[in-house]
Design a protein around this ligand. Structure first.
Ligand code: GDP
Length: 191
C-alpha cells in the first residue's frame, strides 16, 4: 500500500538541500512528540523516519521522494533537553533557514501531543505559520492515549489554545491510524 518511498538525502547545513522540482511537505514537532511514528503511519511504512531516541541521527533535515509525486521533509525535533545550547541553536538555525527560504516548501504538518498544552516552542511555530503563506495543519497525535471524555474535552480546548479554526486540527494516532486519510488529503491538496 502507499507510494514508493526513497530516501534522498540528509541536510546538516543550509547548503545540503537537494536540488529538485518536487513540492515539499514538511513535518515538524518537538522531540518525542511522535513525529517519526506519524510519518511512518501516513506513508504506510515501518521505518522511514527515525525516532529521536537516537538524537544524533535526527539532527539533520531528511528528504524523502514519495512516488516521484512530492518530497516529504522530516525536520529535526526541537526541544530535546539533553543537548547543549550551542547544538540546539544550530538546529534551530537550520530549521529556521529551511522554513524561511525553501521555495519548494508547500505545506507543513505541525505535530503536537493531543494530551498536553502546546509548548512555548509549539506556539512559536504555530504563530509563525499563521503569519506566512505556507499551508499547514496541526496534527494532534497520540489520541489513542486519551480516554473518550478527555478527548472530547481536548477537542473543545485546543482550537482556542492554539488560536486556530477547528478544521485546522487533525487528530491522529500512529497506533490505530486515526487521521491518516486527513493527513494524506492535506498533502494532496498542497502538492
Ligand atoms: P519523535 O521523536 O517525535 O519522532 O517520536 P517517536 O515517533 O519516536 O515517538 C515517541 C514515542 O511515542 C515512542 O515511544 C512511540 O512509540 C510513541 N508514540 C508515537 N506516536 C504514538 C501514538 O499515536 N500512540 C501511542 N500510544 N504512542 C505513540
Amino acid at each position: 500500500m502507499g507510494n514508493k518511498v526513497d530516501f534522498i538525502t540528509s541536510a546538516f547545513s543550509t547548503d545540503g538541500y537537494p536540488n529538485h522540482q518536487f513540492p515539499e511537505v514538511a513535518f515538524s514537532g518537538r522531540s518525542n512528540v511522535g513525529k517519526s511514528s506519524l510519518i511512518n503511519m501516513v506513508l504506510g511504512r515501518k521505518k522511514v523516519a527515525r525516532t529521536s531516541s537516537t538524537p544524533g541521527r535526527t539532527r539533520s533535515i531528511n528528504f524523502f521522494n514519495i512516488g516521484d509525486r512530492y518530497c516529504l521533509v522530516d525536520l529535526p525535533g526541537y526541544g530535546y533537553a539533553k543537548v547543549p545550547q550551542k547544538i540546539k541553536d544550530s538546529w534551530n538555525e537550520l530549521i529556521d533557514h529551511y522554513l524561511h527560504y525553501r521555495k519548494n516548501l508547500k505545506g507543513l504538518v505541525q505535530i503536537i501531543d493531543a494530551r498536553h498544552k502546546p509548548s512555548e516552542e509549539d506556539m512559536m511555530m504555530i504563530d509563525w505559520l499563521k503569519a506566512t503563506d505556507i499551508e499547514y495543519i496541526i496534527a494532534a497525535t497520540k489520541v489513542d492515549k486519551l480516554k473518550n471524555k478527555d478527548f472530547v474535552k481536548q477537542k473543545k480546548k485546543l482550537p482556542e489554545l492554539l488560536g486556530v479554526e477547528t478544521d485546522k486540527i487533525v487528530y491522529t494516532s500512529a497506533k490505530d491510524r486515526t487521521g491518516r486519510k486527513q493527513v494524506l488529503g492535506f498533502i494532496d491538496s498542497v502538492i
